[in-house]
Design a protein around this ligand. Structure first.
Ligand code: MLT
Length: 258
């Protein structure tokens, strides 16, 4: 996997991007790293600059395994795992499969429930469309739903950056991640086992993973707190970078103090 990194020190945050993005969605976080912290933002296989090898399905568990190996290769024993949307599904899979790797969780614009049968069927249909005609239809269908009206009106550069990021996703990356998300298990029964500090954040205008999903995460995970970003949609780290960084840094400094 290719990755971006910034900062130095023994305290690590592993950023896991959503679908169909890349590690580039975390550029504003990597531009503002608190002292003593090292921020790592890989491109998941098939996204951004990371190639997808072999023909194994991109399940959330497979992605968690890749990330556990990624940490191992960098000599990182435990990291704060910050996942947005699909990255949150992967963060929960990391907790399920490799809890010893997880020092704390940041669950951004995500949810614990599995897909409904209708959503699953739509994912398989979208995977077939992507294999037949490229990633264009999925990108065009998703873009209008991702950002709040305020972001689209006031921050056209965020719309441009996000589109450019989505256009780097490969056909197989998109198709296999759609299938992987369709097959992900229900993580709700896992939530009460999470015994690391957890920060849940969401844009209050997130239409992809609405705030009710985040409330459920924060209400069920024992040591969790919830933060809502007003006027923000599904990609809170890009739509409200200063607010996102302020909330993240406060959470991280609380961990350092423990
Ligand atoms: C994402 O942003 O990662 C995806 O929209 C999540 C999903 O489709 O469930």
């Amino acid at each position: 996997m290719e990755w971006r990194e910034s900062g130095s020190g023994g305290d690590v945050v592993l950023f896991v991007h959503g679908f169909p993005f890349s590690g580039e969605i975390w550029d504003d976080q990597l531009a503002d790293v608190p002292a003593g912290w090292r921020f790592l933002a890989p491109d998941l296989p098939g996204f951004g600059r990371s190639r997808l090898e072999g023909d194994a399905p991109l399940t959330m568990d497979a992605l968690a395994r890749e990330l556990a190996a990624f940490l191992e290769e960098r000599g990182v024993r435990r990291a704060v795992v910050c996942g947005l949307s699909m990255g949150g599904y992967v963060a929960l899979a990391l907790w399920r499969r490799h809890p010893g790797r997880v020092r704390a969780l940041v669950l951004a614009d995500t949810r614990a429930v599995a897909d409904t049968p209708e959503a699953r069927e739509r994912r398989y249909a979208d995977a077939a469309t992507t294999r037949a005609g490229g990633t264009g239809p999925v990108v065009e269908d998703m873009l209008p739903k991702l950002l709040s009206d305020r972001t689209r009106e006031r921050k056209p550069e965020v719309v441009r950056r996000l589109r450019a990021i989505m256009e780097t996703a490969s056909v197989e990356g998109v198709a296999r991640a759609l299938e992987g998300m369709a097959e992900r298990p229900d993580s709700v029964p896992l939530l009460h086992t999470i015994d690391v500090p957890t920060l849940v954040v969401v844009g209050d205008e997130d239409r992809v993973t609405p705030p009710a999903e985040s409330r459920r995460l924060a209400d069920t995970i024992p040591d969790a707190r919830l933060h809502l970003f007003p006027g923000v949609g599904h990609v809170s780290c890009m739509e409200a970078p200063s607010e996102f960084n302020a909330v993240l840094h406060a959470f991280l400094s609380g961990l350092s103090a423990r």
